[in-house]
Design a protein around this ligand. Structure first.
Ligand code: OGA
Ligand code: MN
Length: 295
């Protein structure tokens, strides 16, 4: 939890308005101007909404990169992406851009950010600058709800398991090399990860540090269950992933310029929908570092 934030159980929000987006997760927050410094009280309310709804959205925000970074730093330390180069003048901000002629959309698989890292991302922020006329929505899945809905037998089985997770170098979701994949994303700048660790083992059931609740912790970076053969592991992971994608666990957000989302990677998966061929989409992304394992 960020410094100075205290969660409460039953207290109405005093400053912000919170409107839920779906039964499963997601809420739109209004009554906040993110270009201004936030008091601890106001930031505490925003953090509370984030913990309660797992992904929160703001609309019509006009913020400079400096204001965006100042807000982001309230949430924790900034994580630099090992494969993707940030903006020249603000390396902490990654520009996601898909042009009219591009075919590849960053994040176009069900995943939780940076699961390949030993200390995966706590939360990710995305600020929309240019959005397609139609399409380009993002879907989110509630991994607490997916865990809770498993049978007791399945909970007992997955409870002690750990999984191998790999980064882009070893991505399981398509067989293309990174260079091949990003040839369809002309505006995105790659970098060499060098010595940065991009493969990590994490528990399949993760306990959230702020809530104590358990969540199914997997996604398209997840490759194999530790101690299982690939043949044994594949159908189990596929079945769990299919379960996570049930519409009951999902919400969907339609972006407009000025929209800003913050999602909790410890209890959500997300999926960037690639359905806007011929149109532009440009977003600024900041990722906040997570806590040390074990979790
Ligand atoms: C991300 C991501 C989703 C989107 O930034 O990590 O997956 O809709 N983006 O752009
Ligand atoms: Mn992502």
């Amino acid at each position: 939890m960020p410094e100075g934030v205290q969660l409460w159980n039953h207290r109405p929000y005093e400053t912000i308005e919170v409107k839920r987006l779906a039964g499963a997760l997601g809420a739109e927050i209004s009554g906040v101007d993110l270009s201004e410094p936030l008091t601890d009280g106001l930031f505490g309310e925003i953090y509370q909404a984030f913990v309660e709804h797992h992904v929160i959205f703001f609309r019509d925000q006009e913020i400079t990169p400096e204001q965006y970074l100042a807000f982001a730093k309230r949430w924790g330390g900034i994580h630099l992406h090992p494969f993707m180069k940030g903006l020249d003048d603000h390396p902490e901000i990654l520009e996601l851009i898909k042009t009219e002629t591009d075919t590849y959309a960053f994040g176009n698989s069900w995943h939780s950010d940076q699961m390949f890292a030993p200390k995966p991302a706590k939360c990710t922020m995305l600020y929309a600058l240019e959005t397609p006329e139609t399409g380009g929505d993002t879907q989110f899945a509630n991994l607490y709800a997916a865990y809770d809905a498993l049978s007791d037998g399945m909970k007992a089985m997955v409870g002690g398991l750990r999984c191998h997770n790999g980064g882009d170098r070893t991505s399981a979701h398509d067989r293309k090399s990174r260079a091949e994949r990003y040839s369809g994303a002309s505006g995105m700048k790659l970098k060499d990860p060098g010595d940065v660790q991009t493969e990590s083992i994490h528990p399949l059931v993760r306990t959230h540090v702020d809530t104590g609740r358990k969540a199914l912790y997997m996604g398209s970076h997840t490759q194999c269950i530790e101690g299982f053969t690939p043949e044994e592991s594949k159908p189990i992971l596929a079945q769990l992933q299919k379960h996570i994608e049930r519409p009951e666990f999902i919400c969907r957000f339609n972006w407009a310029p000025g929209s800003l989302a913050i999602w909790d990677n410890r209890c959500c998966q997300h999926y960037a929908i690639n359905d806007y061929a011929g149109q532009r989409r440009r977003m600024h992304r900041i990722t906040i570092m997570g806590e040390d394992a074990p979790f």
